[in-house]
Design a binder for this molecule. Structure first.
Ligand code: ZN
Length: 129
């Protein structure tokens, strides 16, 4: 089963999309398998990280800004090379094992859509098999 979701984003933020993934999984009826969440954009990505303390997202964005600052030496004419670097760093997909009809996530894990060059209307895909 494949589902497409749309998301309205801010300039830069992480969006917890775990509930959308669980919704697709429930609709699929699949009990054992693999779920892949995929982002088809070059300045946004998907990652799995802590969902308990919202300050973790704040600190990850701070760390990514520090690791990939905007630089005058960048050549890309669009002016968003920093966002491209961050997107490649987090990656464009995440896979989670399905066991007994549930995502096999850790207690503190959530699946995040990561925006690095918004605001935009974005999409992502959830494939359950
Ligand atoms: Zn670009």
């Amino acid at each position: 089963m494949l589902k497409e979701y749309k998301l309205s984003t801010e300039r830069q933020n992480f969006y917890n999309v775990t509930s959308y993934v669980r919704e697709t999984l429930a609709e699929s009826g699949i009990k054992d398998g693999i779920c892949t969440v995929f982002c088809p954009h070059t300045t946004a990505g998907i990652t799995i990280n802590e969902n308990a303390d919202p300050d973790v997202v704040h600190d990850m964005l701070l760390g990514l800004d520090r690791a990939f600052p905007d630089r005058p030496a960048f050549r890309h004419i669009e002016g968003n090379s920093s966002a491209h670097l961050k997107a490649s760093c987090v990656g464009s997909s995440a896979s989670v094992i399905i066991r007994n009809g549930q995502l096999l996530l850790g207690t503190w894990q959530g699946i995040y859509f990561c925006e690095f060059d918004g605001p935009r209307t974005r999409k992502f895909y959830v494939k359950v098999m």
